[in-house]
Design a protein around this ligand. Structure first.
Ligand SMILES: Cc1cc2nc3c(=O)[nH]c(=O)nc-3n(C[C@H](O)[C@H](O)[C@H](O)COP(=O)(O)OP(=O)(O)OC[C@H]3O[C@@H](n4cnc5c(N)ncnc54)[C@H](O)[C@@H]3O)c2cc1C
Length: 408
């Protein structure tokens, strides 16, 4: 009898843990080894800039699975173990401790790492990033001290940290080189709404400026200078300038890498037995007809299982409409689709924009390409179906809250 195959998953976070779960659910009887360089078992990152950062969520609520789940499902979870090399010829993974591990199929779920700020002074104490649970815990502690917080970058992380810092009583200035908040994510119109929300809560924005230097005293940051020649006092500098896909293992192994690990619609990479999912994967998206890399929780939640099915030889065409959510102050929102500037020519609103209870639809050529529901719930599935339909819609029913989205 042939030996049972070994499937190795590199990266013990959302995509990796969900892939392991799906392998077992689909009846895979071989070995599953889940390698994670962090010491925590797989956890979800969104609470790190929201409820967990604010001290509202218990730590127990952030984990993907209960502690006993891994042993109970015969998943060999190895924490504190970094995969340092990959040999796709001999199907071996090299480990930081010098050991090696053979695999029959391998999933790269290595995620992403924060882009570093590289200006003079960026290595001072008090210059922090937010990716891991320990980062969130240290940031929560720092925010409790109050004081002046400078946030570099008005993206999702920057804005969510701004909200948490304001709730903790800190003075907050956000420095952003683009013309507005969330500019590349949702365009100027909806980005402007988020900036207004933050201004109402006392956040100061410096758009069109970048941080050029950090100064300190005794090794600790005390101020941030901007390209406008302004020096901002800073007890803490939080850098949220995006992430880079963790591709080193794949690139060194000779896999196709370009803005992530290139994969097909079945999440298979250029090496036949190697798959990729989550933040690290730049996979061909059948709906968009191009490669798309999505840095969102739902893409790890759904992409990990899709890769697992593909590893099992099931025909997979992973074409989920990108989905993202955020909570800031008392505003909760979900966004479906890719509403980057240039991808739309019209925005239609339904609901009460003043009260921030509305849906924004981004359209291109009369069809909805993306939608954001703000403090309106249970509509995202219908919005995603509308996007997927590509059908042209009339403005009047689209803006009418009494017309069900499913009927458009
Ligand atoms: C603070 C924060 C808030 C967020 N909020 C939201 C939100 O509100 N909504 C949303 O949609 N998305 C949000 N995201 C994004 C979301 O968390 C990510 O899209 C998601 O974590 C991606 O999951 P992943 O499993 O692909 O990768 P990751 O979560 O990055 O995990 C990859 C794991 O692989 C490990 N690893 C990497 N290389 C190796 C190696 N060589 N050997 C062993 N292990 C390795 C890493 O240490 C890491 O644990 C947020 C992210 C952060 C950081």
């Amino acid at each position: 009898m042939p030996a049972e195959p070994t499937y190795v998953i590199v990266g013990a976070s959302m995509a990796g843990a969900k892939a392991a779960e799906t392998l077992r659910e689909e009846g895979f009887g071989g070995s599953i080894v889940l390698l994670g360089e962090e010491l925590e078992r797989p956890y979800e990152r969104p609470p790190l800039s929201k409820g967990y950062l604010l001290g509202k969520d218990e730590k127990s609520s952030i984990y993907v699975h209960g502690e006993s789940w891994y042993a109970g499902n015969d998943v060999d979870l190895r924490l504190g173990v970094t995969a340092t090399s990959l040999d796709v010829g001999s199907r071996q993974v090299g480990l930081a401790d010098g050991g090696t591990l053979g695999y029959d199929r391998l999933l790269l779920a290595t995620g992403a790492v924060p882009r570093r700020l590289s200006v003079p002074g960026s290595d001072l104490q008090g210059v922090v990033y937010l990716r891991r649970v320990g980062d969130s815990e240290r940031l929560a502690e720092a925010l409790r001290g109050g004081g002046q917080v400078v946030i570099v970058g008005a993206g999702w992380i920057g804005l969510e940290v701004a909200a948490a810092a304001r709730e903790a009583g800190c003075a907050v200035t956000v420095v952003e080189p683009e013309a507005g908040a969330l500019y590349r994510h949702v365009g100027p119109e909806l980005g402007g709404m988020f900036a207004d929300l933050h201004r109402e809560h006392g956040v100061v924005f410096r758009f069109g400026e970048s941080v050029t230097e950090l100064r300190g005293s005794g090794g600790r940051v005390t101020s941030a200078s901007t390209s406008a020649g302004v020096e901002l006092e800073a007890d803490l500098v939080v850098v949220g300038i995006g992430v880079l896909p963790a591709t080193r293992l794949a690139a060194d192994a000779g896999l196709d890498v370009a803005n992530g690990v290139i994969a097909d619609a079945g999440l298979r990479t250029s090496a036949h037995e190697v798959f990729a999912a989550g933040d690290v994967a730049n996979a061909f998206h059948p709906f968009y007809g191009k490669h798309v890399r999505v840095e969102h929780w739902a893409n790890a939640l759904n992409g990990g299982p899709a890769a697992a099915r593909s590893m099992l030889g099931q025909g997979v065409s992973y074409d989920a409409v990108p989905y993202f959510f955020s909570d800031q102050y008392d505003l909760g929102m979900e966004t479906a689709g890719l509403p980057e500037p240039g991808s739309y020519d019209q925005i239609v609103y339904r609901g009460d924009r003043e009260a921030r209870e509305f849906i924004a639809f981004w359209l291109s050529g009369g069809a909805v390409v993306a939608g954001m529901n703000v403090n309106v719930w249970d509509v995202s599935d219908d919005i995603q179906a509308l996007i997927r339909s590509r059908r042209p819609v009339e403005e009047a029913p689209l803006s009418d809250p009494d017309t069900p989205i499913a009927d458009l």
